[in-house]
Design a protein around this ligand. Sequence first.
Ligand code: NAP
Length: 527
Amino acid sequence: MQDHFDVVIIGAGVTGLYTLHQLRQRGLSVRVIDEAPAVGGTWYWCRYPGCRFDSESPTYSYSFSEELLREWDWTEQYSPQEHTERYLNLVADRYDLRRDIELSRRVVSTVWDAADHRWHVRTDDGRERTGRFLITAVGALSACYVPPFEGLDSFTGQWCHTGRWPQQGLDVDGKRVGIVGTGATAVQIVPVIAPKVAHLTVFQRTPNYCVPLRNGPISDEQMAQIKASYSDIFRICSETPHGFLHQADARSAMSLSREERLVFFEKTWLLPGFAKFLANFQDVMLPGPANDEYSDFVRAKIRARVHDPEVAEKLIPRDHPFGSKRVPCESGYYDAFNRDNVMLVDVKSSPIEHITPTGLHTTQAGYPLDVIIFATGYDAVTGALNQIDIRGENGISLQEKFRNGPRTFMGLQSRGFPNLFTVNVAGARNTVRVMEPLVDWITDCIAYLRTQGFNQISPTQESEDAWTAHVIAATDGMLRSKTNSWYVGGNIPGKARFLLTTPDPAPTGRAQRAAITASGYKGFELS
Ligand code: NAP
């Protein structure tokens, strides 16, 4: 078997598959390695009930093939996990991607060989492949975080993290189930399993502002219309800050009367998905009075949904502004708490203390459980990189270098790690729309280096320092800086606080990358 490639890609998810296809189109030899036994990344692992994305389904389509766009039918406005997984498998088959993908192999280390200008990539079976270039398509949210609760090993029931949902499923029917966490994941699971379980206990540390998803089927006529308008869909997404179809209203909410604002809030509330905030007044998503008022608006919506006023008050966030954490979209989440078999436990006032063979104990009470679901999130962006021992020039460790947050130029590359493209650090918005141009830039860059006879590329110290300073400065003015969440590494105890999403609107990032290409890769050292 061949072991030397032009490019090694870690990850066979939505990004890895696209990157493989694009690089192969350029005639490069590529090897993709993934620890999962199947392609799909997130859409393989997150098989929990209710899993779907909050992107409008057509915006998740790869754009590279007219044939694929014509053939594939999305069935729901917000596609469920199993359908998206099917899509990615179809792509893998249709474009014969599997022959360059190794599955069930975990990359344990990658070492830069300065003499040979190659990355040596070692997997858990002890084998080594080399690549002139290395691309980490490992996802922003793939390193599962299970809090180190004492006694978890002793639990005799079944437990799992939502990001490693058992492939054969998890039987919750008629069981006493506990779910820890109330982020976007738990918000999807709770309403789906509540009618099936004997009893569901939701352990909530911080309530979230959840907005109605308003999912629905896509009819044949609608799908035909979508197919006829893909170019417009992609164009609009390319113009918006996050790569979605929603356009913000350029007015300031505060330039209108309170009544006018409320009419607008009510109107956008009826829209599907993220439109509630991405198609809202532009200042709703900035710290300040418009955001304060919208936070109150959403609080009132929650209150109106939950019958028991005490439970409603517990579900209402008060310690962070709307939009500072990722806003979960819900389909029946709040209604689930109106059921007799669903109980909300506040683990902020009485934290989880330990787990016993038969259940979970907070500082106040014990809860007998048959199943525990950890919807406790991810060690975002850097977590997946830290699971690999990545050694650059002179043996420096990427984990060490990123200890206080990723030090990169535009998330793309870090000095001292030549030819390593950290695509998972540079993305995190409406995934496919933002990932495609990013990967295209990397593909063009690699093709340029080859045709120009360069062996390696690495950012200059100045460009990396300037970018890092830019990220830090930009964070201050963002809602995201106002609380602890994965956006800023605040969800993992001991993790350095640093913005883990890109600080600029997607069109700005694209323009910056285009300028870099046009300047002959200014900000990078080519040798
Ligand atoms: P998350 O948003 O980080 O939520 C984790 C939850 O676990 C939080 O409620 C957190 O409480 C709680 N938690 C963590 N440690 C705890 C502890 N020791 N004790 C009690 N509670 C604890 O994770 P997630 O829900 O998996 O979502 C992660 C991201 O994945 C989302 O933000 C989103 O980007 C993506 N996602 C997308 C979709 C979609 O497209 N529809 C669906 C699911 C996920 P605190 O808030 O107090 O920390």
